[in-house]
Design a protein around this ligand. Structure first.
Ligand code: SF4
Length: 71
């Protein structure tokens, strides 16, 4: 499975909470911005994560694939 880093464009996020409900281990409420944010760790891309990024009503979740340098 490939790994990605997750970024949220907090300027476009409308804080519907969907991402936090779908993937609470990755997304959280950033008190300072009042919007969603994502942990900076690389994570395995899962169906839930892909669905969350696709379903975000603001389309402000970006999954950045990490190049596999082991080959
Ligand atoms: S699903 Fe999108 S709009 Fe909703 S809180 Fe998460 S990043 Fe913000």
């Amino acid at each position: 499975m490939s790994k990605v880093t997750v970024e949220v464009d907090s300027y476009r996020c409308r804080w519907c909470e969907a991402c936090v409900e779908m993937c609470p281990d990755i997304f959280y409420h950033d008190e300072s911005s009042g919007h969603a944010a994502a942990n900076s760790d690389a994570v395995e891309i899962t169906n839930d994560l892909q669905t969350t990024a696709t379903m975000c009503p603001s389309r402000c979740i970006e999954l950045l694939e990490i190049e596999d340098r082991s080959q």
